[in-house]
Design a protein around this ligand. Sequence first.
Ligand code: HAM
Length: 458
Amino acid sequence: MILIIVADNDRQPVVTPVSGTRRHNLYETRTTTHTMTPLQSIKGFKDILPGESELWQSIEEQAKTVFAAFGFREIRLPMLEKTELFARSIGEATDIVEKEMYTFQDRGGDLLTMRPEATAGIVRAYLQHKLYAQEPVHKFFTIGPMFRRERPQKGRYRQFSQINAEIFGVASPYADAQLILVLVHLMNGLGVTDAKPHINSLGCPACRPAFRTALQDFLADAGDQLCSDCLRRRETNPLRVLDCKVPGCKEATQNAPALSDYLCAECRTHFATVRQALDDRGVAYTIDDRLVRGLDYYIRTTFEIQTGALGAQNAIAGGGRYDGLARALGGPDIPATGFAIGLDRLAEIVGSIRRPDLPRPTLYIAALGEDARPMAFQCLSQLNLSGITAEMAYEDKSLKSQMKRANKLGAAHVLIIGEQEMQQGKATLRDMATKEQVTIPTDDLAAHLIERFHNTGG
Ligand code: HAM
């Protein structure tokens, strides 16, 4: 289909299909003399503006520092994958695959999906490049946007970012404990003190089927108390009924069988070791028998970091073990475990605790008159090129307005270059905090300033 965009007076442009042969112009815009409202972003897709982006950067930097200490290395992945990858890993009967993926057929006819999460792509890359043949253990991290067409609300977006960490090749419960420790350490470092790990064991292919059957039998009697989604889930994915937030479903499952009663000996030992390792490290956690998670690949340990700070969207991170996934995607039987932090949610919480220092220039150059501007620009360029943050007035402005601007930017110093002083080989450097002014020679002005600021640390 071809679309034509028509500006509807001062309102949003109206997009109408163009049929027939006018294929040379995919988007045609008919404007009127009225001004249009600027285009808005897509619902659930938000911009991270300067001011907030510094906060995101500081969280990402802190996460990278922690990852380096724990031995995780970065992996960067495509945002588009074959739809089949997500259907086979996350599970056909999950909310994500059933109704939230951005899926489309590209011009070659391939069915592609904007990644709704990163784990499937990391496993795909790990298998594709046979990384298991190089090293028995791999620890990866990746940071980037994910896409899910959920109902947007505070803490829930259609494009959101995650910080992922995954450990491949370790079946030991200590890897699960280590991931929870990484999360707690990172949260503490960021000052998020009310975030607590909730942990559970989902059993394994040996013991979970018995629980699934017992739960399905129980739910068969719950009948009309369940919401329409859960009536469907009862058949396709009964474990998900346990964490449905609808009050009727919560009530109906109050006396449902408990997963912990069905765990096999191996799963019990595995979970006990995770708990012991956390106890030994003094990490507080809550055992949450209903923590079933929204993705099908998990076995044994699952966990979430929950907080009361974001209302209904209380999980700032989630993860768990997914030993069968590599094999299910056609690779060898490699155990794996990991987590993802919701960066948007984390930034909202961290932003309510502290604001990062915003960048401010070391120097603002005020040039008085056109003849002073070349010298000002030369000076500015040399400072910038040597790594010193400096700004100048690009246009002709009064000294008063340039000083006002320097103040607004929070410049530590202002260099005033006037035509008259320049002729005398001088310029004035003003310390904005102490108001002290010194006269400095304009001979080799930039070199002089670079030396001065490097020596004083700006
Ligand atoms: P998940 O629980 O679907 O797990 O997502 C992890 C985190 O991403 C959530 O706890 C939440 O903070 C954030 N998140 C999810 N959806 C949204 C949204 N629509 N808007 C804002 N934030 C959101 C996974 O994605 C698994 N791949 C985690 C994992 C990694 N398991 C093993 N390794």
